[in-house]
Design a protein around this ligand. Structure first.
Ligand code: ARG
Length: 457
């Protein structure tokens, strides 16, 4: 069997080139989208009078048989098959005969492949949305169940101010919330059908592209065929969103890895998501989270890889673009596994409330001490300086802030006996009652907001 484009060739393709050129191991994943695209294209050819209703009907049935062969793994691939499009067309012609040869009228694999990709990506976005929803659901549940648990909050990984554990875990949910918004935006912006662009010049058979778009579930059509066939921005952008999600998961993974160390001991990762050491019998390693962290790097490799492929290509379609698929499939698969694993880690995570509480120390209330002075009329910058002196003094005595006596404190600043009430971690977090803060009511609002958001997502 010769190639579908073999008419003008006298010799067969070099076998090394054949191997390099064959994208089937990657793009056979698009078999269903390719069939859906072709069925719609046949219908629009019928509308344009290129196919008779009977011919169109034969093609529809033939394509369904090809789909069946893929699903049942009955499809036999041949050395001359280059990609999923050529396989589907070859089988169609073998099954229904010459009528099948009319399907590709006015169409090119150039507009066909991006149509398949767009169809595939609609499903991919839905899947990622669902997985994100489950992951965020697990985060919100942890926040809900532990809404009053206090912990040290960090900046620069140094003790900063007391916060609620729920505030911490919700901060990661809000990062994913941004990704949800990106996906919603992306869905709208990429909802444009390229089919009907032909190889580059357009379609000469008077097809109704808007009607074709409705057949395939798109609301808009591309406006420049040359741009359409060379455009891979929608794939880059999708991988970028996968990347952002991957990075957000990686940062969460890093926090949890740290918090699961014996030194912190704030959380315990379940056995189901830990592994052991072949040498050290006592070890429980957070491999699940390390893999999530590592995979975010691999997703970035997909993004940078695709951008490098695109950057030097001249206008319209070039074969370099065939490589887009492995990048997007890899990125998608890595992110899906990451989301599933991290959701499992979260669902089985044990929270060590006592350990977190025991790690609070009164130096973390130095800001509160400054606010005490501010509330009594001292300008903040002066209050900051005064409390700095108090901290330094406590350090010289090698004691905690809260253990300093009244006499020492009042020598340094305008501290009165009611200063004692500052040394209360609960009261400290409750003062941050602003929207976004760490107080109980603010945390409640954050939880309610996210729950409501997910209901409509
Ligand atoms: N397998 C090709 C790809 O994925 C399909 C388009 C081929 N077009 C062509 N003119 N050779 O990019």
């Amino acid at each position: 069997m010769s190639k579908l484009w073999g008419g003008r060739f006298n010799s067969t393709t070099n076998s090394d080139l054949n191997k390099l050129n064959c994208s089937l191991p990657v793009d056979s994943r698009l078999f269903a989208e390719d069939i859906d695209g072709s069925k719609a294209y046949a219908k629009i050819l019928k509308e344009a009078g290129v196919l008779t209703p009977t011919e169109c009907n034969d093609i529809q049935k033939g394509l369904e048989l090809v789909r069946y062969e893929w699903i049942e793994k009955l499809i036999k691939l041949q050395d001359t098959d280059e990609d999923v499009h050529t396989v589907n067309e070859r089988r169609l012609i073998e099954i229904i005969g010459n009528v099948g040869e009319k399907l590709h009228t006015g169409r090119s694999r150039n507009d066909q492949v991006i149509t398949d990709m767009k169809l595939w990506m609609k499903k991919a976005v839905s899947e990622i949305k669902l997985n994100l929803k489950l992951c965020m659901g697990a985060q919100i549940e942890i926040a809900d169940l532990n809404d009053e648990v206090l912990m040290p909050g960090y900046t620069h990984l140094q003790r900063a101010q007391p916060i609620k554990f729920s505030h911490f875990i919700l901060s990661h949910a809000f990062a994913l919330h941004e990704d949800c918004l990106r996906l919603v935006d992306y869905e709208k912006r990429s909802d444009i059908l390229p089919l009907g662009s032909g190889a580059l010049a357009g379609n000469p058979f008077n097809i109704d592209r808007n009607l074709l778009a409705t057949y395939l579930g798109f609301t808009k059509i591309t406006q420049n065929s040359m741009h359409a066939v060379g455009d891979r921005d929608f794939i880059v952008e999708f991988i970028f969103i996968l990347n952002m999600i991957g990075i957000h998961l990686s940062r969460l993974a890093e926090d949890l890895i740290l918090y699961a160390t014996k030194e912190f001991n704030f959380v315990r990762i379940s056995d189901e998501y830990s592994t052991g050491s072949s040498l050290m019998p006592q070890k429980r390693n957070p491999d699940s989270l390390e893999l999530v962290r590592g995979l975010s790097g691999k997703i970035f490799a997909s993004l940078s890889g695709l951008m490098m492929i695109i950057k030097g290509t001249p206008s319209t379609y070039n074969k370099d673009l065939q490589m887009d698929k492995s990048f997007v499939f890899d990125g998608f698969d890595y992110l899906k596994s990451s989301l599933n694993v991290i959701t499992g880690v979260l669902k089985t995570l044990k929270i060590n409330k006592e350990c977190m509480l025991n790690c609070l120390s009164s130096d973390m209330l130095a800001t509160d001490l400054a606010y005490y002075l501010v509330r009594n009329g001292t300008p903040f910058r002066t209050a900051h300086h005064t409390v700095g002196q108090v901290v330094a003094y406590a350090e010289t005595l090698n004691t905690d802030l809260e253990k300093l006596n009244m006499e020492d404190l009042s020598k340094i600043g305008d501290f009165r006996s009611d200063v004692r009430k500052v040394f209360d971690y609960n009261a400290s977090v409750e003062q941050y009652d602003v929207v976004g803060g760490t107080s109980s009511s603010s945390i409640r609002k954050q939880i309610e907001y996210l729950k409501e958001f997910l209901k409509n997502f």
